[in-house]
Design a protein around this ligand. Structure first.
Ligand SMILES: C[S@@+](CC[C@H](N)C(=O)[O-])C[C@H]1O[C@@H](n2cnc3c(N)ncnc32)[C@H](O)[C@@H]1O
Length: 269
């Protein structure tokens, strides 16, 4: 099969991939037949899952706006995905042109496409990295070149922690990232959670993801709060993503299946 020009040589087009499935769910076109088939099966199993993806993406945009408003000018977006509607650098730089954004993703298609759309933007870049190895991300020369870790940074972990198994210690990962940041830095997260009345739909989707290299797990609001343990939770705490600083001008139905929260490293730490 010949690859489209946006696909890196050697990419595995036989296995569904979380970045490309999400891209398809959001109406993007950087995906292969295997990703589209998987996404269609997931949408059949849980017809509301597409709306959950949109609600998650909308939260990402609001969180970035809120963080810029709070004075943050540097973003480390890990598990950033394939560029699509409302990219972090677009949202942040529209409000603060001096904002710098480092995208990190484990998926080479996401990184390659991010690099292509960021060409010519001196304040945004993309590198491949694995959230399970936070020290490698922080030590990456391109991360160090773009971001000044001596100044506050917002780490964005949006819809990625649910791909991290308990054995890989998500709380430890967030702690390591937090330890590397100065006081006044933030960590913004969103995370899949179980919702009453959707048990069988969510079971079916979880089982589908179990057949891919990136299984997905739900966590409770308490578990998400624990993951952000060392940070002070910004109001309203851990809530459905649609309830995290909602835009009063947008009438968005609640999506309880995705939780959101932002933690801040206290200046005294
Ligand atoms: C559902 S997408 C979320 C994209 C974007 N953050 C958003 O919320 O719109 C999840 C992304 O996490 C990436 N990912 C999964 N496991 C990862 C890991 N261990 N390290 C870095 N990225 C990872 C996937 O490749 C995918 O692009």
């Amino acid at each position: 099969m010949s690859l489209p020009d946006w696909a890196p040589a050697g990419v595995d087009t036989t296995v569904p991939n979380a970045a490309r499935v999400y891209d398809y769910a959001l109406g993007g076109y950087h995906n292969f037949a295997v990703d589209r088939e998987f996404a269609e099966r997931a949408m059949q199993a849980w017809p509301g899952i597409g709306r959950v993806a949109y609600a998650n993406r909308a939260y990402l945009g609001r969180a970035v706006e809120w963080l810029v408003d709070a004075g943050v000018r540097q973003f480390l977006d890990i598990g950033s995905g394939i560029p699509t509607l409302g990219n972090v650098h677009e949202v942040a730089q529209a409000l603060a042109p001096d904002a710098r954004v480092m995208y990190v993703d484990i998926d080479e298609v996401a990184v390659m496409h991010s690099e292509a759309i960021l060409a010519g933007n001196p304040r945004a870049a993309a590198v491949q990295g694995d959230l399970r190895k936070p020290q490698e991300i922080l030590a990456n020369p391109r991360v160090q070149e773009l971001l000044d870790l001596g100044q506050p940074v917002a780490v964005l972990l949006v819809a990625v922690l649910h791909f991290i198994a308990d054995e890989d210690d998500p709380a430890g990962i967030v702690r390591e990232l937090g330890d590397a940041l100065v006081g006044g830095s933030y960590v913004a997260v969103s995370h899949f959670t179980r919702t009453t009345g959707l048990d069988s739909e969510q079971d079916r989707v979880t089982k589908l993801y179990d057949q891919t290299p990136t299984s997905v797990r739900a966590r409770t609001p308490e578990q998400v709060a624990e993951i952000l343990g060392g940070l002070e939770l910004i109001g309203p705490g851990v809530v459905p993503a649609t309830a995290w600083h909602p835009d009063p001008e947008v009438d968005e139905p609640e999506q309880p299946a995705v939780l959101a929260a932002v933690g801040r490293k206290s200046v005294a730490n």
